[in-house]
Write a protein that binds this ligand. Structure first.
Ligand code: SF4
Ligand code: SF4
Length: 461
């Protein structure tokens, strides 16, 4: 199958770079996590084995590299489960990258996996090519196995740990991708310590599970999203409805989960353990937004299906957000399409008044549009379901991040913040109830009289 060459004239509004997630096996997966609505996307490609052909692979790699004017390019593999494609497919991908890259391009390879199919061959391949592997794990066994199950509803924790041991054996760089859901939402510190102390993880990201449903779909959505072995069809998940499944994280609980982890991190691990949201929050103090979710606008994170269909975002793989197919239209033109620019700008232009007036808007920016389905305090539609938790997190951690930003401006290490926290703990004792009377037991209280910051010396509200 042919694919178009790079157009002679670079389209207006082309981004200099973007972060594409490629799904070589579509949404097909070898396990059956109950909360994974991506499994339902199989319905978009009925009677299709969902495997990327070498033609599509070559078109993808060439167009991705051609579409970047910035020298840094990330080649990111995701699913479904990409290990279903076998190692040879990715060896060919590596060879194509080397053949099509410009001399000035620096390539980062990432690979998100549930870890079940990892073996020595996979890990040797990752180590040989310096691939950063994202391993999905939701915490210790009892928390992980709550929803991360196989098609026979058996927990997958032990098999994931086998994969983790192989990654360690071959010295593969890995990060942990942990979802925050109804089962683990009350155990932030425990989950974090497990990753840090038991798995030796240095990089972590925490993704809230928010599965939308409506009154008519909630009951069936609560059963899960895959096609079961008995042939019962599930719904095609779309970002509609203003209810959530019982597996979804609560908004306040999400904030508490993050704050729990932050309280541990800010005392022990600044500069040695990297939590994605913490990194991007610190960057935001300098006006840099590295994560689309908390950037003012988005639209630079498209998803590529196995057949070359390009969608606006990994969370919007649904017919209304199909930009086109790279076998018909070059990726650079698809990314410059007015509807894709509009998709990204709507993130800013549809903020509720509550967001526009919010004290932490510069850090939060209203969160991801997929989560905007509740009404704001003023009764406007399209407010973020996670708002209460996000606001608590950004208010609570703001003083410490502000202190870290000041340290950076003074050419000092952000890790010096830990000495300040330690001194404050010694003065007041750790985890005592905050004197503001809010009942909050954390140091960086966001309660009504939170003028207690040891960092900024200013009232936080
Ligand atoms: S819709 Fe959400 S996940 Fe998608 S690009 Fe925008 S902020 Fe990112
Ligand atoms: S914390 Fe809530 S009100 Fe503030 S920007 Fe975020 S979603 Fe909007």
């Amino acid at each position: 199958m042919s694919s178009p060459p790079l157009p002679h004239a670079w389209p207006a509004d082309t981004p200099p770079g973007f972060h594409l997630l490629a799904k070589p096996s579509g949404s097909t997966c070898n396990i059956d996590c109950t909360y994974c609505f991506f499994l339902s996307k199989e319905a978009l490609y009925p009677n299709d084995k969902s495997r990327m052909s070498d033609d599509t692979l070559e078109a993808y790699i060439r167009q991705l590299l051609e579409s970047h004017r910035s020298p840094n390019v990330t080649v990111a593999w995701q699913g479904g489960e990409p290990t279903l494609m076998r190692v040879e497919f990715f060896r060919r991908a590596m060879e194509m990258v080397e053949r099509h890259r410009r001399p000035d391009q620096v390539i980062e390879h990432t690979f998100q996996t549930n870890g079940i199919l990892l073996d020595d061959e996979w890990c040797e391949f990752f180590a040989e090519h310096g691939v950063l592997v994202g391993l999905s794990c939701d915490g210790p066994k009892e928390l992980h196995d709550a929803y991360r199950v196989d098609r026979l509803a058996r927990g997958t924790f032990d098999r994931v740990m086998d994969g983790w041991r192989l990654l360690r054996k071959h010295h593969v760089e890995f990060n942990i991708l942990c979802t925050v859901n109804a089962a683990n939402q009350d155990h932030g510190r425990l989950v974090y310590r497990f990753f840090r102390d038991e798995l030796g993880a240095k990089w972590m990201q925490f993704i809230p599970i928010v599965e939308r449903a409506s009154e008519t779909t909630l009951a069936i959505a609560n059963q899960g999203w895959s096609v079961r072995d008995d042939g019962r069809k599930r719904l095609l998940y779309t970002q509609t409805g203003n209810l959530v499944t019982e597996r979804s994280v609560g908004s306040e609980q999400y904030g508490r989960f993050l704050i729990d982890i932050f309280e541990e991190w800010v005392r022990h691990d600044v500069g040695t353990v990297y939590v994605q949201l913490f990194d991007v929050t610190l960057e935001a103090f300098f006006g840099r937004h590295l994560l689309c979710i908390h950037a003012p606008t988005c639209g630079y994170g498209p998803a590529l299906e196995h057949n070359g269909d390009l969608y606006s975002c990994d969370h919007f793989v649904e017919p209304d957000y199909l930009l086109g197919n790279i076998h018909q239209t070059h990726m650079v033109e698809l990314m410059a399409k007015p509807e894709q620019r509009r998709f990204g700008q709507d993130k800013r232009d549809t903020l509720t008044t509550q967001c526009q007036d919010c004290k932490v808007r510069h850090l939060c920016n209203g969160g991801c549009p997929k989560d905007r389905f509740i009404t704001s305090k003023a009764g406007e539609a399209g407010h973020n379901y996670l708002c209460a938790g996000l606001e608590a997190f950004f208010m609570h951690t703001g003083p410490a991040f502000s202190a870290m930003a000041q340290l950076l401006q003074q050419n000092k290490a952000p890790a010096d913040v830990m000495a300040t926290v330690k001194a404050e703990d010694q003065r007041r004792g750790p985890y005592v109830p905050c004197p503001c009377g809010s009942g909050e037991k954390f140091r960086f209280c966001h309660g009504p009289k939170a003028a207690l910051s040891p960092f900024t010396g200013v009232t936080q509200r």
